[in-house]
Design a protein around this ligand. Structure first.
Ligand code: SF4
Length: 325
């Protein structure tokens, strides 16, 4: 590994930043603005990142908390985190044109929840109370789903039939903590079934894996991401658990306190799945100005997954194209 004359270096994690679901959700708003014109309403933050939301607002997107805030007949986009079926229903009642930007990997968990509920399972959903994704998934089968918010929550679970229980999870959790929760659940419920495929998504696991690889070498790990971004917050925790001496979450480079760097020789840098690369580059510039000029990218996976835009939007884009031809 190289170090500069100052002996200060940056270990830059890859994969980092935008995942396929976030990329698709942001593009959905951008394309909708181009196609339908302003304003476009977006229910909840399209992705959990301050900068992304501010940029889209500047282009004409209006962020609201609930469908009632959207004028009747207007276009509303649902965020990447997914919504409960009742939200689709409310949109219909208000004659809204709804475009669903739910990440397909979140939709997959919704489908699992529906399927196990139809088979009358008790479903233990591991996730964070109040997170939009958990609210959306729980809404698919509220009478069958119980939330398990971490290992400490396991003891209060009660199920109807211990032979017919399955666990599912939020897509953006800590892989290790989730496995600990599952292990505790299995002690109480030996017949507990697992989801048919991983619910924690590829982007979350990949970003955690590379941070674990670099953490022990780092005096401080800086994670670019917003406080309400579950996967970004998890990255700081994972770095600390894996041996980083310190870890901090920042939305922007100017939030970095020089005191964090005062004694540091190696800084780890990564970003959450909702963070545009520009913000990471700004942090690199900020660090270079403080002597951290040697940057080594540590790559543990190359991601190529992409998702196509929501069907309803593609259909309208195609129709507009045909009308122009
Ligand atoms: S973090 Fe995972 S589940 Fe969430 S939007 Fe990205 S790919 Fe989809």
């Amino acid at each position: 590994m190289t170090t500069s004359g100052t002996g200060k270096r940056v270990l830059l994690a890859k994969p980092r930043g935008y995942c396929a679901g976030v990329d698709r959700a942001v593009q959905t708003v951008e394309e909708a603005l181009k196609l339908y014109g302003v304003p476009i309403y977006v229910r909840k933050q399209i992705v959990h990142n301050k900068h992304v939301v501010q940029t889209l607002e500047a282009k004409g997107a209006i962020f609201v908390e609930e469908n009632e805030e959207v004028p009747e007949g207007a276009t509303v986009i649902f965020s990447a985190h997914g919504v409960a079926p009742e939200v689709h229903e409310q949109a219909k009642q208000r004659s809204l044109k709804a475009i669903d930007a739910t990440c397909p990997l979140v939709t997959k968990v919704h489908q699992e929840a529906k399927r196990f509920a139809a088979e009358d399972y008790d479903i233990l959903l591991i996730g964070h109370e109040g997170h939009e994704e958990v609210i959306g998934t729980s809404g698919e089968a509220p009478e069958h789903i119980q939330l398990v918010d971490g290992p400490e929550d396991v003891d209060r679970i009660t199920v109807r039939d211990p032979n017919k229980v399955v666990w599912l999870s939020q897509t953006t959790l800590s892989v290790d903590e989730t496995m600990e929760t599952v292990a505790r659940l299995k002690k109480r419920l030996p017949m507990l079934e697992s989801p048919p495929s991983d619910d924690i998504c590829y982007a979350t696991s990949n970003r955690q894996y590379v941070v674990k690889e670099i953490a022990a070498e780092c005096d401080v790990v800086i994670v670019v991401g917003s406080r309400n971004s579950s996967n970004s917050v998890r990255l700081v925790e994972v770095a600390l658990d894996a041996g980083a001496r310190a870890g901090h979450l920042v939305d922007f480079a100017d939030e970095i306190d020089d005191a964090w760097l005062a004694e540091a020789r190696t800084v780890g840098l990564t970003s959450g799945a909702s963070v545009p690369e520009d913000l990471v580059q700004e942090v690199l510039t900020h660090l270079a100005q403080r002597g951290f000029t040697d940057v080594e990218e540590v790559v543990t996976a190359n991601e190529r997954l992409t998702f196509s835009l929501p069907q309803e939007l593609r259909r309208d884009m195609k129709a507009a194209e045909a009308a122009r031809a």
